[in-house]
Design a protein around this ligand. Structure first.
Ligand code: GDP
Ligand code: IMO
Ligand code: MG
Length: 420
């Protein structure tokens, strides 16, 4: 059996959580492969709204196994909060969730280091989520990290050694460190994690596949935040692209099947960094207001702009996207005209290829399309699409050369149209 991957093609918050929840009934296993509580994946159904950070978005359907893979970084305290809330809402989380022994732990000092790094950068700060993501992945790569599997053996001394290194750095930054309360909560949360099924998830996933079971991998963040291919250095610290599913779960590349690339009908970005199609005018504000574009984790305003097909083509190439999923087109329902950036003009020259840096002066080249001016949130079937909406889809498919197979026209599970 093959593994399908669903991932964001823009700067995150495309609506991954919603669609993973919708697709979960097709699968036996749902697995997160990278990122950590910097993610905020929103699901809405039966009048309720949930935001998941570290736990896969397959958790609300019935019977699937959910896995936190080795590529994920886990904050025990935030994980405990999330899991306890799910338990309180009636989910038998300990039965359906498994955690990789090789996932890395976010320590209280990682969060302090994240804040100190940002402060030191001043105006050049990345605008991280402040969850300790960068320092935790730094420790992983520099071979100083703590893994979930470590909690069962000589953990206190491993923790103390890692902490001592962090404190040296924090002292050098001039940061006062008072950890007592945070550490207590953290250690309590470690005990809580011990009550979960902690597994060699690479063996588990491959065994499931050998037995004919199907797996959906859920990406976090988005391709433009990928540490190699995103708008570096304004990126996250993991590989958010499809290849990250292989390294973040121990899945061989030849087992990847469908790659669902998800994008909004416009563009958003939270945090610092270049954003060629960003709108600083009333249109940007209108998109933010209608789309409720505020961070699910930090509550920060999301910067808004028109859809960027140069960046999308690049993302499709990097991920080998086989199916596109378009989200939030309903946010544009009232617009008379809609713009799409088809090329960049750099120093007077037009390019359709994503350049090395998007820091420099980039003038987006736009195509204008007539809006559909129809309330799409109630539409249930493709046969009811207004003509201008059909034309918009055809335009995007022609530009992107990949079919749009799923359309989302509202935040609720039910507001999803699967095209045949
Ligand atoms: P994720 O991080 O990719 O899972 O996305 P987020 O949950 O951070 O942000 C997506 C936001 O858009 C959430 O508030 C969703 O409830 C909402 N949303 C998802 N799909 C749609 C849609 O089609 N239309 C509208 N209006 N909102 C949507
Ligand atoms: P989901 O999974 C949007 C952004 C931060 C910052 C940069 C680095 O919900 O789509 P980090 O804390 O990872 O070191 O921050 O990445 N960022 C996200 N933006 N959605 C996310 O996740 C994000 N996770 C991180 O705002 O610019
Ligand atoms: Mg999000």
């Amino acid at each position: 059996m093959k593994v399908d991957v669903l991932l964001g093609l823009q700067w995150g918050d495309e609506g991954k959580g919603k669609v993973v929840d919708v697709l979960t009934p097709r699968y036996d296993v749902v697995a997160r492969f990278q990122g950590g509580p910097n993610a905020g994946h929103t699901l809405e159904f039966e009048g309720k709204k949930y935001v998941l950070r570290s736990i896969p978005s397959g958790i609300f359907q019935h019977g699937q196994v959910n896995i936190i893979g080795n590529g994920v970084v886990l904050d025990p305290v935030l994980f405990k909060d999330e899991a306890v809330a799910l338990e309180a809402s009636g989910i038998d989380i300990k039965k359906v969730l498994k955690i990789s022994k090789k996932a890395h732990l976010i320590m209280p000092t990682h969060r302090l280091l994240d804040a100190a790094n940002e402060q030191r950068k001043g105006d050049a700060k990345i605008g991280t989520t402040g969850k300790g993501i960068g320092p935790t992945y730094t420790d992983k790569i520099s071979r100083n990290g703590l893994r979930i599997g470590d909690i069962f053996c000589n953990f206190e001394s491993k923790y103390a050694a890692a902490k001592a290194k962090h404190i040296d750095t924090l002292n050098a930054f001039g940061v006062a460190v008072d950890l007592e309360e945070k550490e207590k909560a953290w250690m309590d949360a470690i005990e809580y994690i011990k009550t979960f099924d902690i597994i060699d998830s690479e063996f588990y996933v491959n065994k499931m596949l050998d037995e004919g079971k199907s797996v959906l991998c859920e990406g976090a963040q988005g391709t433009m935040l990928d540490v190699d291919f995103g708008s570096y250095p304004f990126v996250t610290s993991s590989n958010t692209i499809c290849a990250g599913a292989c390294s973040g779960l121990g899945i061989a590349p030849n087992r990847i099947g469908e790659v669902f690339g998800i994008f909004k009908a416009y563009c958003t970005r939270v945090g610092s960094g270049p954003f060629p199609t960003e709108l600083f005018d009333e249109t940007g504000k209108t998109i933010r207001a209608i789309g409720h574009e505020y961070g699910a984790v930090t509550g920060r305003e999301r910067r808004c702009g028109w859809i960027d097909l140069v960046a999308l083509r690049y993302a499709i190439m990097l991920n080998g996207v086989t199916q596109l999923i378009m989200m939030k087109s309903d946010v544009l329902d009232s617009f008379e005209t809609i713009k799409a950036c088809v090329a960049y003009r750099i120093n007077g020259e037009e390019t359709r290829d994503f350049p090395f840096s998007i820091d420099e002066d980039i003038e987006p080249v736009y195509v204008e399309l007539p809006g559909w001016q129809t309330d799409m949130t109630r539409i249930k079937a493709e046969s009811d699409f207004p003509k201008n909406f059909k034309d918009y889809i055809a335009f995007l498919e022609n530009e992107l050369k990949v079919p749009i197979t799923i359309l989302s026209v509202g935040p609720d599970r039910e507001q999803t149209i699967v095209r045949n």
